[in-house]
Design a protein around this ligand. Structure first.
Ligand code: GLU
Ligand code: MG
Length: 435
């Protein structure tokens, strides 16, 4: 790093994202962070839940040491937040003190899945995470997608998009969403690990810019019972070594290749256990209901916003080529999900579909009412059901280090016990504060 850059960003925050998708780590003077420098980490930190307490009965105690090894390719200068200094943030892989990867590192989990997809199937992934959230302090009347609410959110909106651009997060759209005081921000697609890194940075930059303006935000899946949900949708596509989109076949239904359909089958087949990862809060299940445009059932839908997996439309105005555009969107996720684990688990599930020669998932065309459809499975209805499904799905459990699954289930069950004592409204408030 040049002297000037050090002067401008005196601190570098070396970060990971934990099992509750909370960004955490340690900062150090940027000048000290030469290549090869790592910083300390504690295994039991992995057992801290959303409430901020270490869970009991986890495989990690008061002993043991790890290192956060910064991945310098992931460095971003977080800049453009009014009143706050520029700070460098580098995402880290968690390693042992001898440099060996730590089996529970969520970022390594995704990178391993990406490498497996490449080595076993010759495929690469490009992806992008889409975020929705509520401004808890704006008091205007909200009208979805309106110019007036866009303007009422100024100058925060322009500050946010500018900060995202200048911090290298490649924003694509910024808008007032459907729900009361709800907004959405989308970014360009990029390589899988970078896209999950970006998701981590985007949500924290939103919080940063809004709080600098005195506004609290919440990405929690449901902030008020009965209100609109906040999703974290994951768009992803697969290419071969030549960069050809292996999901596109003009001769097939929806133009989705057999390979794309089989990948989808893997995701749908393991959806109940995956729900413990992608919908890991009690209030996640207030969102995953019909007529919320979140995910009403376990199906692959053509352009359908109630599908767990949506085959997205292509734009062909002025002869634009649909081939590189065709991709899938996973709509079940929310802010409680660690982006590395979420995307890594989707890739593992998809590979399972490819590996087992599953039949391509049936593409559902038009409206789908899961309650009247025997062939469309339902998602778990509660967090408790999802955690049990994870515990029982040996295939899904097998993708993760056993200590990760044990710690995850323990953290989540403690959270469930604490939160389920509360009324629905209080649960929403609890998670709105946490997320
Ligand atoms: N708010 C919806 C959700 O909870 C998504 C709406 C949309 O962007 O299609 O996922
Ligand atoms: Mg949206």
């Amino acid at each position: 790093m040049s002297q000037t850059e050090e002067d401008l960003t005196p601190l570098t925050f070396v970060a990971t994202s934990d099992l509750s998708a909370i960004t955490k780590g340690r900062s150090m003077p940027s000048a000290l962070l030469e290549p090869g420098v790592t910083t300390g980490w504690v295994p039991a930190n992995f057992g801290i839940g959303a409430s901020g307490h270490i869970a009991d009965q986890i495989p990690f105690g008061s002993t043991g040491d790890l290192r956060l090894r910064p991945d310098h390719d992931s460095a971003h200068v977080i800049t453009g937040v009014p009143g706050r200094p520029d700070t460098r943030l580098i995402l880290a892989d968690i390693v042992h003190t001898d440099g060996e990867p730590w089996a529970c590192c969520p970022r390594t989990f995704l990178r391993d899945a990406v490498e497996r997809l490449e080595s076993e199937f010759g495929l690469t992934v490009q992806s992008a995470f889409e975020h929705e959230f509520m401004d808890l302090d704006i008091t205007d009347d909200h009208h979805p997608f309106s110019w007036r609410n866009f303007r009422n959110a100024e100058p925060i909106g322009s500050q946010l998009v500018t900060a995202m651009e200048r911090s290298g997060l490649e924003p694509e759209t910024w808008l007032p969403e459907y729900g009361q005081h709800q907004f959405e921000v989308t970014v360009s697609r990029t390589d899988a690990v970078a896209s999950a890194d970006r998701a981590i940075l985007v949500r924290d930059l939103v919080r940063d810019v809004f709080s600098a303006a005195g506004h609290r935000t919440s990405f929690s899946p449901v902030v008020v019972p009965g209100g609109s949900g906040n999703g974290v949708h994951v768009h992803f596509g697969l290419s071969d070594a030549e960069g050809t989109n292996v999901m596109f076949d003009a001769s097939r239904p929806g133009r989705l290749t057999e390979l794309g359909g089989r990948f989808a089958t893997g995701v749908l087949r393991h959806a109940p256990a995956l729900a413990a990862i992608f919908a890991p809060l009690t209030v996640s299940y207030l969102r995953l209901r019909p007529h919320q445009w979140s995910s009403a059932g376990v199906f692959l839908g053509l352009h359908n916003r109630e599908a767990l997996l949506r085959l997205c439309p292509t734009v062909e105005i002025d002869g634009q080529d649909p081939e590189p555009q065709l991709h899938l969107e996973f709509r079940g996720g929310d802010i409680g999900a660690n982006p590395w684990l979420l995307l890594g688990a989707l890739l593992h599930a998809g590979m399972e579909g490819l590996r087992t020669d599953a039949e391509p998932a049936e593409l559902q065309v038009g409206e789908v009412d899961p309650s009247s459809r025997g062939d469309v499975a339902e998602l778990p209805r509660t967090l408790a059901e999802a955690l049990d499904a994870l515990e029982q799905d040996e295939v899904v459990r097998g993708w993760f280090a056993p200590e990760l699954v044990t710690t995850y289930l323990r953290i989540k069950r403690i959270e469930l016990e604490e939160v389920s004592k509360l009324s629905e409204t209080e649960q929403c408030e609890w998670y709105a504060r946490a997320y």
